[in-house]
Design a protein around this ligand. Sequence first.
Ligand SMILES: [Zn+2]
Length: 461
Amino acid sequence: MLKIFNTLTKEKEIFKPINKNKVNLYVCGVTVYDFCHIGHGRTFVAFDMIVRYLRLCGFQVKYVRNITDIDDKIIFKSIKEKININTLTTNMIDAMHKDFSLLGIFPPDEEPRVTDYIDDIIKIIIKLINNQHAYMNKHGDVFFSINSCDNYGILSGQSLKSLQSGCRIPLNNTKANPLDFLLWKASKKGEYYWNSPWGKGRPGWHIECSAINNVFFKNSIDIHGGGSDLLFPHHENERAQSACLNNKFIVNYWMHTGVVITNNQKMSKSLGNIFLLKEVLKNYNSEVLRYFFLSTHYRHPIYYSEKNLQQAYVSLKYLYTSLSNTKPFPNIEEGMNFEFEFYNAMNDDFNTPKVFSIFFKIARKINFFKKKDILKANKFAFRLQSLGNFLGFLSQTPEDFLQKKHILEESMFQRIEKLIQKRNIARNSKLWKEADDIRKKLTSLDVVLEDLPDKTIWRKK
Ligand SMILES: [Zn+2]
């Protein structure tokens, strides 16, 4: 029985979808003004793992992940780099898709771009104004009225009183309550805009998710997710808007992923400690990065460092090495207990670190049987490979992974292959000194050789 930690109740709850085995799942997507960093990787790999598992359990998942393609940061960047907004966002979306696909993140079922839903956003703002949940100021900005909403703060566990006491009132305040937030922002001269009943402007950030949820799910959602930095104010505001729009609005489970820590600090643009996915993926196999993300429970902070990435590499290397020289053999006998352990761990709020420890247990079995009973080893290899595949691992051949083929320059790969060929010719001609010199050269290139009766295999150190 699957249990999910719900941010709203702060408890692990038994998962029950609203409609039998159908699951409506919404995750707040990327604001596309720059390349994706490891914080995005962490969050979207986590939800990819969650969607994969729900599907494995037989749920029909409808996964919607929006793209915020209009926002202050996008406007600033387009002005700064003198680039058209559409060109900027299209380029960043293409780059995001490339990074995510490398990381083994399956595309969502729907990936709505906010700018395609401006009419829907305007419609719900009109409704909020008509129901006295929103108002316009003298500049043409529209705000959501916090005081009109019951239970504001319930999701992030804060009372309205404590939120208000910590809130500074800005100069030229035009809001009824300093916590009121923008639904529609009037455009300045020359800025990107859409026409609306309140003049030229563009939507605020929070309202876009309420509008898109309304379009795709009629505000009836099983799981709503995002990074923990979105809990307040984004998700709190989204919940408030949606609840005021529709008193039947439901999100049954709110899920949040933990932050990324680098050099003992939370990773953030302002601190300049951002690592881009595309840069990290130049030096590490994508499965290594994925393994690193899932080796910590999705709700906990994750500590990003070269050392921890290396650790992830060493762990995956162990699993791939156990699979090398095996022929995974489908069966239902060997390792069924591990399969049960796998489901138990995943049912416990997606406990992927536990799952990895199970992968290690199976790898040890394979190693144990490899020299004694190869058929048995092959059967365990099948178990390891299939469970790994469910979560997006062990999908490469052991040779490709261990030779670092995905990150090695083609010219280096060719050079290594040629040296091995030359060494084999020298060995066949009993030119031992020459063969040994070539081996030394290969060692200096971090290549480890293994001579089998019929061939020589190699891997990177
Ligand atoms: Zn959102």
